[in-house]
Design a protein around this ligand. Sequence first.
Ligand code: HEC
Length: 155
Amino acid sequence: MKWLAVPALIMATGAAITTPAWSGPEAIPGVANPARARQNWILSCQGCHRADATGTPQTTPAMAGVVARFLRVPGGREYLVRVPGVATAALSDADLAEVVNWSLMRFDPANVPADFKPYTPTEVGQLRLKPLRAEATTVRAGMVAGFGRGNKQQK
Ligand code: HEC
């Protein structure tokens, strides 16, 4: 009976559909060493952003469940590296690219676009040459205002 084959196919391919490619600890694109990325997050980022990236009221916005939305608005990809806490971190370009890639997948996988290309050390090195300063707040507000437009994955 033909219809029986349909559920069987769904079962066979279900894992591939529902489990993102980066779900395994070793399989995050652009993250050569997840343990090192986590350690760098702890040392350089979580003081403001907290271990779970929920942020600090009044000072540091939450990244959890929202940060990858920047990848969906114009200039957002650049913003995520030019933001002062990232651009000026005391990390090499390679370690910084790794921790940014890691944090996107770790804290907001649902909003990472399917065609996301991980940051490379070269790209990060270029972007952090132009760190945002006082204007970060204004630039950020413009992008957050754009989250509602053309975003199919509203939460
Ligand atoms: C001194 C506190 C501080 C540290 C340390 C810090 N950040 Fe941030 N981060 C902020 C603040 C505040 C913002 C909001 C933008 C702004 O005003 O700079 C932000 C914004 C961001 C953003 C953009 C998301 C958004 O909502 O604006 C990313 C991504 C980010 N930080 C990642 C990191 C990473 C990765 C590290 C470690 C390498 C780090 N930050 C270190 C305070 C910090």
